[in-house]
Design a protein around this ligand. Structure first.
Ligand code: SF4
Length: 372
């Protein structure tokens, strides 16, 4: 068995147009999201443009479901036109992985337990080696090998915490797959263990990381809609990242790709794992507001967070907490009676009448933003 306790870094991408990206070791923690619709019949140029937008928001890797050969063909074509490192998500049919590896796909995600035997895993490993692609070994609490699922059940029946018993089983299942790839001499791997509970996610990753320094992709699976998904992911990631566990993250949401990426970057920033970029501070709005903070943030959030600037933007509903509280901000906007003020470092630089509509305020804000 190889020494997996050394600082362990892999590099994905780098072929064709694909951007190269280091994962694990001292490399920055990467943000991943997963494309939310089918590739069949999709406009690949349009997807490529959307991937550029996600990259500007801070996304490093995008995974695509590849349930059939038509999707695999489309992913191969997409991998030729986008610099974004792409991951092919394969279940059951190893031929789909082989087809994806004809292109510049940077990583294949397989669950060796459902790919159908060692010969098929070996075929994927050999082609991934030839193509310098990585493999993400994914194990899920819903598809544990029977002996490990039985063992977890016995532990639960004998009084052990069922969550901890399942977490141990997940870590053991992942370790088992690592041994398989090791015997095949393939170490360009990332491991993910997916559970839908925060505690189970934390414990299985802690247990695995105690044994191996292999890069871990962390995520709470089926985490739910925006609010519950962000809460669960934040709880799990903040604990794991503070322990130095997690090389790539995905905030899994029943919501947009953009919000998955934004949530990921906010979590990394708050955990001290990513710095720079645009920070938006905005008030929650109350009855004093003379300016609709919610509408402004909804209109501007993605554009602001896509800017290549290291600035703080304050959005306040009224003068009670407007320029004063926003003093530290590089630029801000606030309601003030029948006016909207735009301020820089607490000093008002523009005044727009509310009667002129939000377009006038947006225009003035954009002009001032351009001066920073
Ligand atoms: S800034 Fe003004 S509008 Fe916003 S929450 Fe504070 S008091 Fe209310």
């Amino acid at each position: 068995m190889s020494d997996y306790k050394k600082p362990y870094m892999i590099t994905i991408g780098g072929s064709g147009k694909t951007r190269s990206l280091s994962i694990g070791g001292d490399a920055p923690v990467s943000i991943q999201t997963m494309w939310k619709s089918s590739l069949i019949g999709a406009d690949l140029q349009e997807i490529s443009r959307a991937l550029s937008g996600l990259e500007q928001l801070g996304c490093d890797i995008v995974r695509f479901a590849v349930p059939d050969m038509e999707s695999a063909d489309a992913l191969v074509r997409l991998s030729a036109i986008t610099p974004m490192p792409l991951v092919a998500d394969i279940h059951f049919d190893h031929r789909l992985a082989l087809r994806c590896l004809d292109g510049n796909v940077a990583k294949i995600r397989i669950n060796p337990g459902n790919i159908g035997g060692i010969d098929r895993v070996k075929a994927v490993v050999e082609k991934a080696s030839d193509r310098n692609a990585a493999i993400r070994i994914g194990v899920n609490s819903g598809s544990l090998p029977k002996d490990l699922a039985d063992k977890a059940e016995v532990a639960r029946a004998s009084g052990e915490d069922p969550v901890l018993a399942r977490a141990s089983a997940l870590a053991a299942a992942a370790a088992r797959e690592v041994f398989v790839f090791d015997t095949l001499n393939f170490r360009n791997v990332v491991v993910s263990m997916k559970a839908s509970s925060v505690l189970e996610t934390v414990r299985c990753n802690e247990e695995f990381a105690g044994r191996f320094d292999i890069p871990l992709h962390i995520g709470v699976t089926e985490a739910g809609p925006l609010v519950s998904g962000v809460v669960k992911s934040t709880l799990a990631f903040s604990r794991l990242l503070s322990e130095g566990i997690g090389s790539t993250i995905r905030v899994s949401l029943s919501d947009s790709l953009e919000n998955e990426v934004i949530a990921g970057r906010e979590i990394l920033a708050e955990c001290g794992k990513r710095s720079g970029g645009v920070r938006i501070v905005s008030c929650p709005r109350c009855g004093r507001n003379g300016f609709d903070v919610h509408d402004f943030v909804a209109r501007w959030q993605n554009e602001l967070l896509s800017l290549n600037k290291d600035i703080t933007v304050a959005v306040m509903g009224c003068v009670v907490n407007g320029p004063g509280e926003g003093k530290h901000a590089d630029i801000g906007i606030t309601g003030a009676g029948d006016s909207v003020l735009i301020f820089r470092h607490g000093e008002t630089v523009r005044t727009v009448s509310v009667a002129d509509g939000f377009e006038a305020a947006d225009r003035a804000f954009r002009e001032e933003l351009g001066k920073i």
